[in-house]
Design a protein around this ligand. Sequence first.
Ligand code: ADP
Ligand code: MG
Length: 334
Amino acid sequence: MSHLLEVCELEQRFDVSPGFFDRLKIQDGRLRYKKSIVHAVNGVSFHIDRGEVLGLVGESGCGKSTVAKTIIKLYDPSGGRIKVNGKDITAYNYQKMVPVRKTIQVIFQDPYASLNPRLKVMDIITEPMAFIGAPISKTELREKGMALLKRVGLGEEHASRYPHQFSGGQRQRIGIARALSVEPELVIADEPVSALDVSIQAQILNLMMDLKDEFGFSYLFITHDLSVVRHISDRIGVMYLGFLVETGPTEDIFLRPKHPYTRALLSAAPSVYEKLHIDPLAITGEVPTALEIPAGCSFQSRCPFAFDRCLQERPRLVSREPGRLEACHLLDAQ
Ligand SMILES: Nc1ncnc2c1ncn2[C@@H]1O[C@H](COP(=O)(O)OP(=O)(O)O)[C@@H](O)[C@H]1O
Ligand SMILES: [Mg+2]
């Protein structure tokens, strides 16, 4: 059977060149025209099955949100393929994407920015149902909306209020209700609790996991917070500079990280690391700019183990034991 979501060699580049005249540069005595391309996502491949939670982790700027936005075709991919339930949606236009929006819904980090400030809560929640769901009467729409509102912990009295009248946590509850209104098979949650107070985060996460069990959908759960991802994911994918560098079952990776970057990432999160028994790995320096991707491994400039091959040849994501994949030449040398 086909995967619910399959992403193959996904690429996303953004042309961030300045205006035409600013791009002209004199180099070696000649006039040259220089383009600036951000390589946000570089050959990323993964899949998600029904009922599964895949966590996507990595430092800010590593391409997590771009992967999400490309999957739902907010951006057309620069390369690679996206399949949903076996159907290749890579070239789908806006019209063809309408039924896919019933299958895949998104919860964003900032619920305030993603909720229409001029619509009342009931209209916000029922909008996707009215737009992409099966034809449905107004009364039925309202009834379903009310039931969802209650299910996410809000009351009937909230239905006729506007987003600005709610707290951050309540707004995220509204965003969750809206996403679930069309009974999606996959929910992409992009840092859904990162903007909330720590005390509220656990409540929203618990709600999200309860709803998953109740409705039986899958999550692509994007976060830079390792304790969150450990709590909720079945498998994780670790990204660095637009590349997926390691994937595998969550506990397995937390207990036995293989890629040096994964080790460094775990070592840098004290609350997570203290409970693990892994060799800590401290790395220095900054994530390089996504404007120039190195020829070899993306992690070479910060990896304490980098050797010749890492500077010349880009490591592919390969499996060395069932369920686990890493892109690292060091692991071949061992
Ligand atoms: N619309 C865009 N135009 C140009 N560059 C972008 C755009 N969106 C993201 N980027 C760049 O792509 C890279 C990945 O960004 P993003 O996907 O937002 O990372 P993350 O979600 O992991 O923090 C960053 O270098 C970012 O500056
Ligand atoms: Mg992001």
